[in-house]
Design a protein around this ligand. Structure first.
Ligand code: 5GP
Length: 170
């Protein structure tokens, strides 16, 4: 089946006017998951990767699987005050106000080659903040990897020239 068939549009979620791409039908399907995973792994395998960084929370589903297949470490990036050890924090702009994400200070070593994974690239604020966290620790962002890129939101611009791969584009 076409992978797009596993993605469900939810009108007005989480707010009126937003059409949310729901990945839960994809998660329900072993066949759909496998197809996605193969594509994510193939894109990641073009580069040597030391660590896969997954973004809370939907970046954890495939992030750990990709890390396993690439024989790389997995690093969770989480919402504030969720990680127990010493952290670095980066803020990013939302439509109203700011939010932030944290990483463990010892999760990335200088020179580590890093693949960042999240489910969706929308405006790019989230992924750009994760890139900054990785680079502040001395890591090199080798690939930003997503299930979906919403191209009409121009998230690529926020990621400068960092390489991007998305399984599906809208
Ligand atoms: P951005 O910072 O690029 O605007 O938003 C990306 C972040 O918001 C990702 O962590 C992603 O999980 C979430 N997100 C934004 N829009 C959607 C959507 O339509 N579907 C899903 N599943 N996540 C979204």
């Amino acid at each position: 089946m076409n992978l797009e068939n596993y993605i469900r549009d939810i009108q007005d979620f989480p707010k009126p006017g937003i059409v949310f791409k729901d990945i839960t039908p994809l998660l329900l399907s072993p066949e759909g998951r496998n197809q996605c995973l193969q594509q994510l792994v193939a894109a990641g395998a073009k580069h040597p990767i030391d660590k896969v960084v997954g973004v809370e929370s939907r970046g954890f589903f495939f992030g750990t699987l990709v890390a396993d297949r690439l024989q790389a470490g997995f690093v969770p990036v989480r919402k504030p005050r969720k990680l127990p050890f010493q952290t670095l924090s980066e803020s990013y702009a939302l439509e109203y106000g700011t939010d932030s994400l944290e990483i463990h200070a010892d999760a990335i070593q200088p020179g580590d080659r890093v693949l960042i994974h999240d489910d969706v690239l929308a405006t790019g604020g989230t992924a750009a903040a994760v890139c900054r966290l990785v680079e502040r620790l001395g890591g090199e962002v080798v690939l930003c990897s997503f299930l979906m890129e919403l191209t009409f939101l121009n998230g690529r611009q926020q990621l400068d020239n960092r390489p991007i791969h998305a399984v599906m584009t809208y």
